[in-house]
Design a binder for this molecule. Structure first.
Ligand SMILES: [Zn+2]
Length: 180
């Protein structure tokens, strides 16, 4: 292509897969915001849609669902929790390790649904069976007879915190005894 002439193959339009329209839509290139010198991957209306409150894409404080993730992971392990919730294992690890401030509402709803389903069944399963995907492969389930057969015995955060505090208090020497 000779320099200085407009390229006829270049289209001044872009396909937007964003949430503000039902199907992917072709939009003019000027309908996309410029972020750090580049066109944003979604059009202006979708970009704004994600910042609106009370949509599936709006964010909620992570504190509201943090307990649910802890309980799911403690009872099922990360891999099985990711299968039940429908998000990736990496994402779960991110939530467990980094304790973010916000979470997308869509994801929060998924997590709480998975937790309520798990609580309703009241299942107690051997961690080997969960690891092997026994129910998916039709392998007979192992019986839980000891504490080591579970991922973690305490499902909820409160119990976990109590245990952690006890461990800390055991490590600290009694200051009054040391003085005497
Ligand atoms: Zn759009």
């Amino acid at each position: 292509m000779p320099r200085g002439k407009p390229n006829p193959r270049r289209i001044n339009a872009k396909l937007c897969f964003g949430p503000s329209h039902e199907n992917p839509t072709w939009k003019n290139i000027t309908d996309f915001n410029i972020v750090k010198g580049r066109r944003w991957y979604e059009c202006k209306s979708c970009h704004a849609h994600r910042r609106k409150t009370r949509t599936n894409y709006s964010r909620v404080p992570f504190e509201r669902v943090g307990f649910a993730i802890t309980e799911l992971v403690n009872r099922l392990g990360k891999a099985e929790a990711s299968r039940r919730i429908g998000i990736s294992k990496q994402q779960i690890s991110h939530y467990c390790n980094h304790d973010p401030r916000w979470i997308r509402k869509q994801t929060a709803v998924k997590i709480l649904r998975a937790l309520s389903a798990l609580r309703a069944t009241e299942e107690v399963r051997h961690k080997d069976s969960i690891h092997a995907g026994a129910y998916l492969r039709g392998i007979p389930e192992k019986k839980v007879t000891a504490r080591v057969h579970l991922y973690k015995r305490d499902g909820d955060e409160q119990n976990w915190k109590r245990t952690a505090n006890r461990r800390i208090s055991v490590g600290v020497k009694n200051p009054t005894a040391a003085r005497g």
